[in-house]
Design a protein around this ligand. Sequence first.
Ligand code: SAH
Length: 375
Amino acid sequence: MSQSAEKINLLGLSKSKMEEFFESIGEKKFRATQVIKWIHQGGVGSFDEMTNVSKALRTKLAEVAEIRAPEVVYHDYSKDGTRKWVLRLDGGSSVETVLIPEGDRATLCVSSQVGCSLDCSFCSTGKQGFNRNLTAAEIIGQLRVAILSFGPVVLKSDQRRVTNVVLMGMGEPLMNFEPVVDAMSLMMEDNAYGLSKRRVTLSTAGLVPGIDRLGEVTDVSLALSLHAPNDELRNELVPLNRRYPIQEVLASTKRYLSHCADKRVITIEYTMIDGVNDQPEHARELVHLLREFPCKLNLIPFNPFPNSGYRRSRSAAVERFKEITTKGRIITTIRSTRGDDIDAACGQLVGQVDDRTRRSEKYIPVVQEVSAQGS
Ligand code: SAH
């Protein structure tokens, strides 16, 4: 791994950056499309496999560049079909990525950082602190790993193995702006994964300057982690709120929507914590707050982790909450808890491998997947 550190990893290059790369080595721009297709649709891990590229160029590429995805350390299946991969990154840290099949959809939950600096009180990722940003290659590499785990064949649009991507894994995506935007552009690039912008969702805790900047460069779907109907409570749950209070965040997400050509709404995420934010008065306050705001509401039962100090809301409280918000004309859904038997549910991703002896017994080695990616 480390011997190739000076080579440029083509896996994470957006189309425009790939074109710049080819120009920088004195080659024609159209090579970018060719190579992007090979890497992301062909799933190749070496230049030798690129049969429509001349031998001379392949040799040149191998000298200066590489195609390298994070290494799969292990993966696990939940009894509900959810899959989780733990990926080792350069430098030794690791991240987790989760695939959630549901009917004819399969949603991949992708991480953007190792750890997180925001320290939301109910999130286990925040408790581990911040380690580092992921590179674009490490972000798109998660999608590659998930797709190639089904077999190293060229993708056909009618048999997608991953239909949706949500940046709801570890980290705050807007705190790792450029790599996240580059990776998302590959997710949507026709010559790569070709997902529609409605099927790529970035979730943020409400970093206002990041939301504004995002609106200038893309129009992916946006989810906002709100979790509270007023600033006092939100300050406690999401410390970032002290810097960017609710009204400012809502205003920035509205600005974001105004950049989108088609009609969109913001997904409001609301983690339901027993006795903390799940009472009928919270629901009523939320209805008042979000009246006239273009959104749909997704209630997420809190997923417990050791020493969180919180409990999951009772299902009766979640149902009651939903009744009130629905009556208040907010389209409301309850997120089914998936993958919690393998610690793959929201807020349970921590990406550490060494202190989890209890679970290590269950991990299935994935030698095949690693070789299939050619990394
Ligand atoms: N930083 C981004 C993306 C990561 S969190 C954000 O805040 O949106 C992805 C979603 O999982 C967020 O809505 C987050 O609040 C939620 N979440 C975090 N911890 C959780 C937990 N313990 N139980 C349920 N949902 C949780």
